[in-house]
Design a protein around this ligand. Structure first.
Ligand code: ZN
Length: 173
């Protein structure tokens, strides 16, 4: 188990469509453990495998709600979605930037857990947003891609002007 570097905007691994996990083996379990360690070290509430440089369809989440257990989803599939909601959102891979993003309000994902067993997660509010944000990462999609072209250009020009030392970990996913 170890804390890995979080890859930042500009790293090509954030832009690939990640591969399905074919078998949940020791290697995948080690990846899951690294994801948890790195997410907690970064004080994030979610982290996807490409964010630590591994192009596989795996993410972890923990929205720090005593009623919602932390978890992992491997090969997630969105099976139900309802409503829409607009809330502020950031990303550990694009520190400092935050913007309002429209997401589905309620979602149901199915996938596999750390032991390779089927799981089904019903989510609303912050967990729903978190799962959708992480699932996007597995398709090479970042939250800035869900903004209007104008908003995206404004954020990217702000990002381009920042020194690395000014990039603060404001994002949570
Ligand atoms: Zn993110």
């Amino acid at each position: 188990m170890s804390v890995r570097d979080v890859r930042l905007l500009g790293d090509p691994v954030l832009r690939v469509r990640c591969d399905e996990v074919e078998a949940v083996d020791e290697e995948v379990r080690a990846l899951v453990d690294d994801l948890y360690d790195t997410m907690y070290a970064a004080d994030g509430i979610g982290l996807a495998a490409p964010q630590i440089g591994v192009p596989l369809r795996v993410f972890v989440y923990d929205v720090r709600d005593p009623d919602l257990a932390p978890g992992v989803l491997i090969n997630p599939r969105l099976v139900e979605a309802g409503g829409t909601v607009r809330e502020s959102e950031g990303c550990l891979s694009i520190p400092t930037l935050e913007e309002t993003v429209e997401r589905r309000a309620q979602v149901v994902y199915e996938g596999l857990d750390r032991e390779g067993r089927p799981v089904r997660i019903e989510a609303r509010d912050l967990l729903s947003r978190c799962l959708q944000h992480e699932a996007d990462h597995l398709d090479g999609v970042l939250f800035i891609d869900r903004l209007s072209p104008l908003k995206r250009r404004m954020l990217l020009s702000k990002w381009a002007k920042l020194d690395d030392s000014e990039k603060k970990p404001a994002g949570t996913f």
